[in-house]
Every structure is written in structure tokens, then in C-alpha cells.
Design a protein around this ligand. Structure first.
Ligand SMILES: C[S@@+](CC[C@H](N)C(=O)[O-])C[C@H]1O[C@@H](n2cnc3c(N)ncnc32)[C@H](O)[C@@H]1O
Length: 349
């Protein structure tokens, strides 16, 4: 299916067979991931950290039904993440260590929590109405996280795990100021700000976040040894952002919001940025053709539980223009499809 030329040599029936195989593979992936997600949710991998256990023992420890658990374990063992060491007894394989720590465990816990998971099943309704039912129930993903401390901590940790290397790549892109202050708007734990302050010893930073992440950000910036140059403020980027910084960072913010909401956020930044200030928007940029790109997959998450979307360069340019910015440059950060969009404020006419 990937190679157009090869598939061009096949008959339509043969191509349809390939399509069927592709769909069958996707369907099996969903079933297998559903099993793994359920095991993670009830804490099974953690119980296997020290070695093999029987399904009955695991059922006891995780308050689960032994028969249902056996079936979930059997399917997971067929993926290579676990193995059967004796009838009904399972252990994690080397590959299965990914279920104990790291980005994919965090992503499975976040994306697999009951409401986020259910929102993917509601895409049919979203397709009809254009709006995710998740938003009507919770307002926004961040309101949802604000009342769930455990989920909120998983989300913040996931952002750091996903984007630490993107932040380091950005420090090498020659777009950061060396002195003065950078304002990290919606900065999460401070993944980007910490990397910037470590790379630029004369730079100071201010991080604006919702109250849910303020303490977490203070702790993280202290752990990273940059707290003496970083201020963390609680606030709402729809209302106000710190005034007069040399540079403003909106990292993985704009893709969470509709064009209207994004323009509102950008206008707030526009009102705070000095005439010679620089805006840095970090997000993926959608390619204009049909090639595979993670932005197209993540866009489905944006549709299911955010009011946001991934955007092409032209869409970013139009959005920035609508809020008084000029798009100067798009730099590919060469990590996970991420880019930095560099923009400057356009003088008011
Ligand atoms: C996808 S995360 C990105 C975090 C960080 N900038 C990064 O790239 O890793 C979006 C962040 O925006 C914050 N946020 C959402 N709504 C906000 C608001 N109204 N005011 C301030 N921050 C907000 C969330 O709490 C969340 O940490």
C-alpha cells in the first residue's frame, strides 16, 4: 500500500486485498492495545516488576476477575510484551519493561484513562456535529485534569517525557534570546524553560500555568537547578500574560484550540510583547500531501477531546496574521516531526 508504483502494477482486486489486510492489522492492533490498556489501568505490569506471577495471584493483588485477567494476559503475551512461563503464569519480557516506566507507559495511562479512551469511541458523534461530546461534559481537557490530581501528574510527566529532546533541539536552533526574559506560556512542568535556562546562563524565565501545574513546575525547575532564574505564575492565557519579555513561547498550546480561541491567545500575547520581541510557536506542521505524519494521527486526539487541530504552514501563517503577527520562519527541529514557527509582531497600522 505504501509504494504507489508497486500498487499501481496490481489489479484493483489485488489492491483491495491489500487494503483488507491493512484494515485487519489495524483492527487487531486496537484489540491488543485495549487489552494492554486495561492491564495498565488496573496495575498489572507493576505487580510483575519483581518477576512472574500467576493470573490468580495477579487477580488477587489487582482486585480483578481471574478469568477475565487470564484472557487479557494471554493476548498480551502474544504481542511479545509478556510471556507465559508456566500454564497461567506470566512475566514481562525485555520489551515489556516499557510497561513499567517511560513515555509509552505515561501515554497509555493518559490516553487510556476511561474518559479520554471513551472520547475516541464518540468520534462518530463528533463527525456528525463537529464537536466532541467530551467538551460538553468537561469543558476542556485541562478543566478535566484540574479536578483529577493523579491524571494531571501523569499528563505533566508525559509532556516532559515527550518533549525533553524537542526542547534541547530548540536550544540549538539559534532563535532564543541570550539575555533578558523568555515567557513560557502554558509551560507545563517547565520542560522547555528548564532546557533554555540551562543552555543560556544569562537568560531569565517566567512560566505561566493553570493553578493545577504551578507547584509541579516550581519543583521541576528547582530539580533542574534553574529556579533562581525562573518565576512561575498562576494565570489564564485567555486573560493576560506577563508583559515585556524579549521572547514568548507557545509550545504545544495552539494545536489544543480552535482558530478563534487560538487567535484570542495570540492577541493576548500580542498585547504583551514588545515591538522587537519574538514569538516562538512549537507544534507539528502538517505536510500538504498524503504522506504519513504523526500530526495527522494526533489530530484525531485533538478532534476527540480538545477543541483544537493540527495545522499546515499556511494555516499557521493565516492564524498569526489574524492576531497581528508575521510568520518569519518555520524550522524543523528534527525530533518527532516537531517545528518551531518564528514570528514577529506587526506594527499596528
Ligand atoms: C499540551 S500542554 C503543553 C505544555 C508545555 N508547553 C509543553 O510543550 O510541554 C498545554 C498546557 O497548557 C496549559 N493551559 C491550558 N489552558 C491554559 C490557560 N487557560 N492558561 C494557562 N495555561 C493553560 C495546560 O495546563 C498545559 O500544561
Amino acid at each position: 500500500m505504501e509504494n504507489q508504483e508497486e500498487s499501481g502494477a496490481l489489479t484493483v482486486d489485488e489492491q483491495a486485498e491489500q487494503g483488507s489486510a491493512l484494515l485487519a492489522g489495524m483492527h487487531r492492533t486496537v484489540l491488543r492495545f485495549s487489552a494492554i490498556r486495561a492491564l495498565v489501568a488496573i496495575g498489572v505490569p507493576e505487580q510483575l516488576r519483581e518477576g512472574p506471577r500467576s493470573a490468580a495471584d495477579l487477580a488477587d493483588r489487582c482486585q480483578a476477575d481471574a478469568s477475565a485477567l487470564t484472557r487479557l494476559l494471554r493476548t498480551t503475551a502474544s504481542t511479545g510484551l509478556m510471556r507465559t512461563v508456566a500454564p497461567g503464569t506470566y512475566e514481562l519480557t525485555g520489551a515489556g519493561q516499557a510497561l513499567l516506566d517511560g513515555t509509552e507507559l505515561l501515554r497509555t495511562r493518559h490516553s487510556g484513562n476511561p474518559e479520554m479512551w471513551a472520547s475516541l469511541g464518540e468520534l462518530t458523534e463528533t463527525a456528525r456535529t463537529g464537536r466532541a461530546p467530551f467538551l460538553d461534559r468537561f469543558g476542556s481537557t485541562y478543566n478535566y485534569l484540574s479536578t483529577r490530581p493523579a491524571g494531571s501528574a501523569v499528563f505533566d510527566a508525559l509532556m516532559t517525557s515527550l518533549y525533553e529532546s524537542v526542547a534541547i533541539s530548540l536550544t540549538q536552533a539559534s532563535v532564543l534570546p541570550e539575555t533578558g526574559t523568555i515567557a513560557d506560556i502554558g509551560g507545563g512542568k517547565g520542560t522547555f524553560l528548564a532546557a533554555f535556562l540551562k543552555a543560556e546562563p544569562e537568560l531569565r524565565g517566567v512560566l505561566l500555568e493553570m493553578p493545577r501545574s504551578v507547584e509541579v513546575a516550581r519543583e521541576y525547575l528547582a530539580e533542574e537547578g534553574v529556579a533562581d532564574r525562573a518565576e512561575v505564575v498562576a494565570g489564564d492565557f485567555f486573560a493576560a500574560v506577563p508583559v515585556g519579555a524579549q521572547a514568548y513561547l507557545l509550545s504545544h498550546i495552539i494545536h489544543n484550540w480552535s482558530d478563534k480561541e487560538s487567535a484570542d491567545i495570540l492577541r493576548v500575547v500580542r498585547s504583551a510583547i514588545p515591538a522587537d520581541g519574538r514569538l516562538l510557536v512549537v507544534d507539528m506542521v502538517l505536510p500538504d500531501d498524503d504522506r504519513e505524519h504523526y500530526a495527522k494521527d494526533l489530530d484525531i486526539r485533538m478532534l476527540a477531546s480538545f477543541d483544537g487541530k493540527e495545522r499546515s504552514e499556511a494555516e499557521f501563517a493565516e492564524l498569526l496574521d489574524s492576531a497581528g503577527f508575521r510568520l518569519d520562519q518555520v524550522i524543523d527541529l528534527d525530533v518527532a516531526g516537531e517545528c518551531v514557527i518564528v514570528a514577529s509582531p506587526v506594527p499596528a497600522a
